[in-house]
Structures are given as C-alpha cells and as structure tokens.
Design a protein around this ligand. Structure first.
Ligand SMILES: *Cc1c(COP(=O)(O)O)cnc(C)c1O
Length: 382
C-alpha cells in the first residue's frame, strides 16, 4: 500500500496541485482539462468586488443569496457555509446528542466521510445502508440522513426518498439531505423535486458541484431550524465568507441546466469509445467512471498495490501527461478514489471525445508499465 492515511492523501494532493501550477505557468490554463465536475468558478464584477468588506459584503450578498438560494434549493431560508462538510457537521452538532442514533439511507455506499466523522465527534451511534429493505429507524434516533446523489453520482430512487422522509416524520425525527451534487443532478437530469419540497427539514448542496460556483456549501430548510444551526455555524466559524457568498450568488445565477442535459447525452459516446479497452467502465448521469475495485479487474499482472493506489497512480498519470484533472489526484482526504470523467463543466464542452479516449488509453498503458515497480508508483503519486 502506498497511500495509507489522510496525511498521505494530503501529500498526494499537494503534488497534484504543484503539477497543475506547473502546467498553468509553463504551458497555459488551456492545457488543463478539469473533468472533476467541480469547476470552482468565481464569477464577480469589479463593482461587486469593491463591496467585499467584512460587514458590507454580508449585508449585500447574503441578502441576495436568500432570494436565489431559496429558488435553487427550496425551503424558507438558506445559510451559506464554508463547505458541504461544514453544514453536515453543524447540523449534527445542533441536532444529535451523545449516545443517540443517526441512520442514513443512500443509493450506494460509501457515505461522504464527513457524516460518520461528525457522528463520531458527538459520540452518536451511526448506521448506514444502501439496501432499502434493511433501512429501519431504531428508538432514540435523533437524525435521519438521506444522500440525494452519492459521491459517485448514484441518484436515490424518488419513491424510496419519500418513504424514508415519511418514516422519519411519523416519529417526529428531522431529516437532513446531503444533496451535494443531487440538488442539481436529481432535479435537472432525473426530474425529481427539490429535497425541501419532498419534506426534508435540512438540505445541503455543494456550490461547486455541477455549477459554476465556489467551493462552498449552501444549506436550506425551515427558518427556525436554520437559525438554530446558524448559531453553531457562527460559533465554530463554519460560515462562508463574503467573497464565497458573492460567488455563490453568481454561480447559482449562471447555473445552466442545458449543460447537464448535454453531458447526459454525450456521455454515451465516451462510454462506447472507452468500452473498446475497458470491460468495467460505467456510466454516470453526466459522464463515465471506473471504481478502484473495477480498475483492479482491468489489470491482470501481479502487484502489491491496493485498489485505491492504482486509482491514484492512474489519476496522477492523467494529470501529469495530459493535464486531465480527476478527483483521485486532487481530492481531499477521504474523497472517493473513483476516476470519473465528468462532461458537465466548461473544460469538457469543446473536448474531442476521440482525443480524450486516446489520452485515457495511453495513461492506462503507462499505469500498466509502472505497476511492477512500486517505487516508481510512489514517485508518481508523491
Ligand atoms: C462532495 C460531497 C460532499 C462534501 O462536499 P465538500 O464541499 O467537499 O465538503 C458531501 N457529500 C457528498 C455526497 C458529496 O458528493
């Protein structure tokens, strides 16, 4: 195993960022192809930027965000956060007591790590399942969690979504929806209602997933509950700062549903091209992906690397050789090591898919030649 813990993941990420910097400085931004689906945009006009002072900024932009945020998410009030993870933590700090139970239903494991970590922090008992028939709400449950769309973009079934909310509400238990990418993927591509309209008490989305906003979280829900959580958010410094709030407002305003719908159609073409070489590639709603477990199955030579290590090496080779950015290279510790090629964000629009698939194939060939040499693989990752 090469990447063993969060510290290794931090070092891997630093290496990826230095490769990105090198490409930008020595070749140009146009030699990078961000296919993560997290575009992290920062749309702002000079006059807006001049209002970014500690107290003036929030006065203007938090107010603007209420309007566009509620339109995007539903609910009575929205709350901008540093990240989706911050919103998950704040909700759990507010609603979950020590030794109480938290149950989570999602379309496919694993959950985002911020959920079990936050439960652990408050010493709650955490249960998760992706088998609907096994989902139950035990006594002494303080919070029910639903993930709208997983880290790998597996979207929840709408009937199951409604059923879980109903089960929770029958027992007066609040429901938090982790709708990081789901707030757009579920609604635009799968025509599902907004989480708040389905009855969620709290829904949180990530403002840089499948939309041109900054890394950040946006929480929506009932006014009273949002206010209660906002206290914790401010106490622990989890709120989004004015520059991020400004970029959230403009990110939401510039969110274009057509881009999601187009990538939904284009991904079939990329899938067919990649199928020539890979047996285990899968479609996502807006692209294609290969999980670490499936990547291992594509490789029939002996080695001691873990499934995730293989994904990290592959992702780094794609970045180093072709400027293709995927999450395993740049992700935060605990992020999914699935290699996803997302076609929904701007770098992908003009990409020739034949050319992209050739680049993916050539990086895969390099992965195969690197695998027998573990030191070489370490060098590629770090
Ligand atoms: C990305 C993601 C998160 C975390 O978002 P951050 O902004 O990185 O904290 C949480 N849950 C799911 C399902 C995600 O995909």
């Amino acid at each position: 195993m090469i990447v063993n813990n969060s510290l290794d993941e931090v070092k891997k990420r630093e290496n990826a960022l230095s490769i990105i910097k090198d490409i930008v400085e020595n070749k140009g931004r146009e030699f990078l192809f961000d296919l993560t689906g997290l575009s992290g945009g920062f749309i702002a006009s000079p006059s807006e930027l001049s209002l970014l002072e500690t107290y003036v900024g929030p006065a203007i932009f938090e107010d603007a965000l209420q309007e566009v945020g509620i339109e995007h998410m539903g609910g009575e009030k929205v709350l901008p956060l540093n990240r989706t993870s911050s919103g998950i933590l704040a909700t759990i700090l507010t609603l979950v007591e020590k030794d109480s139970n938290v149950v989570h239903y999602l379309a496919k494991l694993p959950a985002h790590p911020s959920i079990p970590r936050s439960c652990n922090l408050v010493e709650a008992n955490y249960f998760e399942t992706d088998v609907f028939d096994e989902f139950t709400i035990p006594d002494n449950t303080s919070l029910v969690i639903v993930t709208g769309s997983t880290m790998d973009h597996k979207v929840i079934d709408e009937d199951e979504f409604k059923a879980v909310i109903e089960m929770a509400h029958e027992r007066n238990i609040p429901v938090m929806v982790d709708d990081a990418s789901g707030a757009r993927l579920r609604t635009v591509v799968f025509n599902q209602p907004k989480a708040c309209d389905l009855g969620a008490d709290i829904a949180i989305t990530s403002t840089d997933k499948l939309m041109p906003g900054p890394r950040g979280g946006l929480m929506a829900g009932s006014r009273d509950l949002i206010d209660e959580i906002k206290v914790k958010v401010n106490q622990f410094g989890l709120e989004a700062q004015p520059p991020a709030v400004l970029a959230m407002v403009n990110g939401i305003k510039n969110f274009n549903k057509d881009n999601l719908v187009n990538s939904f159609e284009r991904k079939d073409q990329l899938f067919d091209l990649l199928k020539e070489k890979f047996n285990h590639i899968q479609k996502t709603p807006t692209g294609v992906m290969i999980t670490p477990e499936d990547l291992t199955k594509e490789i029939d030579i002996d080695h001691d690397l873990s499934d995730n290590d293989l994904a990290f090496v592959f992702s780094m080779l794609l970045l180093r050789n072709h400027g293709i950015i995927t999450i395993p290279a740049v992700g935060m510790p605990g992020a999914s090591a699935t290699i996803r090629f997302d076609l929904s964000t701007s770098d992908a629009f003009n990409l020739d898919l034949d050319d992209l698939s050739e680049k993916i194939f050539s990086s895969f060939d390099e992965l195969i030649s690197a695998i027998p040499n573990e030191d070489e693989c370490k060098k590629i990752i770090f």
